[in-house]
Write a protein that binds this ligand. Sequence first.
Ligand code: ZN
Length: 158
Amino acid sequence: MSGLNELYQELILDHNKNPRNFKKIENADKLVEGYNPLCGDHYTIYLNMDGDLIKDIGFQGAGCAISKASASMMTTAVKGVTKKEAEELFTKFHALVTRDVHDNNEANIEELGCLGALAGVAEFPARIKCASLAWHALHGALNSEDKAVVSTEDSKMD
Ligand code: ZN
């Protein structure tokens, strides 16, 4: 195992043990529930917006280590950015975890900073939904009026 992989694994364990922004936001502007029935991951994401800016974000819920670490990393990555920037990160992160691992293009990993820690998930198709759940929920929240429920089984989403 390379040193980078060890570092990434530590990051995932740390975010799972000490999830960032693990809080309920009272009077949140947007609230979305994300559910991954295949693994049992279930989170609620709270957003406070200032126009197009994500002013505050929090999440609550439970699930496997990958889903919780990913949700924690997602909140730190999008707090304080615009809706457009958050959607761009979602697109890049989604491309990273659903990439063809045989076509080993590692170029995007470093660009994504700590989100790149989840790059290895692409090798485990059953865990991709765990890693992308919080992002799909965020995407749903940013594109809904106020409340939404997002399930990984509602559509063909990964
Ligand atoms: Zn999971």
